[in-house]
Design a protein around this ligand. Structure first.
Ligand SMILES: C[S@@+](CC[C@H](N)C(=O)[O-])C[C@H]1O[C@@H](n2cnc3c(N)ncnc32)[C@H](O)[C@@H]1O
Length: 497
């Protein structure tokens, strides 16, 4: 039975006698490093003692993978014990000297370091009966014992009801009255216990870890790296090392247009797999410690083939890392998000699709072009303006040549000649307004306003490049009055606006 124990420069305060007592009670202590390791070691329980997390704020926050892993393990019922510094690390955030950094986020509160001690000296604790491994007293009453506390931090913004393992008879604890926050199988307090006759906490903790392991409550099966001689592997607290893949829409380019969910997932990811449409500004949102993988154009301008991307996502999910597949715009609009989702489903890997603002709505909003307008355009059609095999576009041009509808063309830049010709041949007047929007919603957005007949020459003269979105329909005229954001270039004319 193994207990993972944080032993690094952020956490290292343990009474040697307690460690010996844990071992004597049958635990194998497996050290891990909260600053460097990416995951917990294979273990049945967790112990994070006191230390100086405030001196390692940045590094603790940057190790998203470890924070996430610890949170997931506790969420899934891993028995865990934390004292003081460990409690601070398990809080939502830790602030010191004006710097606030994210922590593991298990305890729904923010830890704040102050310049003066918040609790110092001997405390006396009485059990409430709510702790996961309570002490049994002979008469069945509540046990009481001494401990000590020495902390400059306090817990603030405690959200939601919190259960406590102890009433503070003397001392400060969390709120002057209680200590030992209980959450699932976690007990985290400011008090440092010392294994004595009076409390024997190490034996109680080890017995609880053993009983939880034996109950199979969070055990997994399957081989692990350190399996030897065909012996049954140690078990781990996360179900099968397979994590969920998040197919996330990054929107058209401006990070302010990311959804709240997208931003949160990007910040919490272990690894972000992104494509070429994801703007530099959005890539800058990815925290420094997070691995990034580019699945767009690889060497010599070859795209990473779709089946390679599919395979990569499956492999990463199976490595247990939190994977965000970040795609430009919306994953389900010309984004192959559905192909990736189908492949994940086929492999039994769970996924979540997070919609994004698609280029159509993002770019046109920034160019002052409403996609519909009462009395002008009553419908809007999105089409893909290219075919991978280089053949003619196979579209119902007659249906698309509708003066009362708006036509938005993705990936159409290199086929503007054919698009313009086919629409006019199908009956759309050549003077129908048309726009091309390049790098919409980024600081480099350019918009050209012209007619469907002149569109091909226009984008050529102005040297428009991908990504460019084409919009055709009477609604384009509104840009003259509604364009509030981007530079508009007339064909071959000077930029204005
Ligand atoms: C493969 S599609 C991906 C569409 C994406 N899933 C979405 O919902 O916006 C790529 C095409 O989207 C359009 N596009 C995407 N982002 C754009 C942007 N910021 N500005 C202009 N066009 C954009 C271009 O037409 C580009 O060729």
């Amino acid at each position: 039975m193994r207990i993972a124990i944080a032993r690094d420069s952020a956490f290292g305060f343990y009474y040697p006698g307690d460690l010996e007592a844990l071992e004597a009670a049958g635990a194998e202590l497996v050290a891990f490093d909260t600053l460097i390791d990416r995951r917990l070691p294979e273990a049945d329980g967790l112990f994070i003692g006191g230390g100086f997390p405030e001196s390692h704020l940045k590094a603790l926050e940057a190790n998203v993978s470890m924070r996430t892993h610890i949170r997931d393990a506790i969420e899934m019922g891993m028995p865990a014990y934390a004292e003081c510094g460990g409690l601070m690390y398990l809080a939502r955030s830790l602030s010191w000297r004006g710097e606030k950094r994210k922590m593991a986020g298990v305890i729904p509160a923010d830890a704040v370091m102050h310049s003066r001690p918040q609790g110092r000296g001997y405390t006396r604790l009485r059990e409430t009966g709510k702790g996961p491994w309570p002490m049994r007293t002979e008469g069945g009453g509540r046990a009481e014992f001494a401990a000590h506390e020495f902390h400059y931090s306090s817990l603030e913004n405690i959200s939601g009801p919190v259960e406590f393992a102890y009433e503070v008879v003397r001392g400060v604890g969390v709120d002057g009255e209680h200590d030992g926050i209980v959450y699932k199988n976690l007990l985290a307090g400011f008090a440092h216990l010392r294994d004595t006759e009076a409390n024997r906490w190490t034996g109680r903790f080890v017995n609880f870890v053993r009983a939880t392991r034996e109950s199979g409550a969070y055990r997994i099966s399957g081989p692990v790296a350190n399996q030897q001689d065909g012996a049954k592997a140690n078990v781990s607290p996360w179900p099968d090392q397979v994590s969920r893949v998040y197919l996330v829409g990054a929107g058209p380019g401006d990070p302010a247009l990311l959804t709240v969910r997208a931003r949160h997932l990007i910040e919490e990811a272990d690894i972000v797999v992104y494509d070429r449409l994801v703007s530099d500004e959005i890539l800058a949102v990815i925290p420094p410690g997070t691995t990034r993988l580019f699945a767009g154009k690889a060497a010599r301008d070859h795209f990473m083939p779709q089946d390679e991307v599919n395979e990569l996502l499956v492999r990463l999910a199976r490595s247990g890392r939190r994977v965000v597949r970040l795609k430009g715009g919306d994953p389900f609009i010309f984004g192959r998000g559905s192909e990736e989702a189908l492949n994940l489903a086929e492999h039994g890997i769970s996924f979540e699709v997070v919609p994004g603002i698609t280029a159509s709505t993002g770019c046109t909003a920034r160019a002052g072009i409403p996609l519909t307008h009462r009395g002008v355009s009553r419908s809007v059609t999105f089409i893909a303006g290219h075919r991978q095999d280089g053949q003619d576009l196979d579209l119902n041009w007659k249906a698309l040549a509708d003066t009362k509808s708006t036509l938005v063309i993705y990936m159409g830049l290199s086929n503007t000649g054919e698009i313009s010709r086919q629409l006019i041949a199908a009956g759309l007047p050549g003077f129908t307004p048309a726009a091309a929007i390049e790098r919409g919603t980024t600081p480099e957005q350019r918009t050209v306003i012209t007619t469907v007949a002149d569109l091909p020459d226009c984008v050529k003269n102005e040297k428009f490049q991908a990504p460019t979105l084409l919009v055709i329909g009477e609604v384009v005229n509104f840009s003259e009055n509604l364009n509030w954001a981007s530079a508009v270039v007339g064909c071959g004319l000077e930029a204005h606006g």
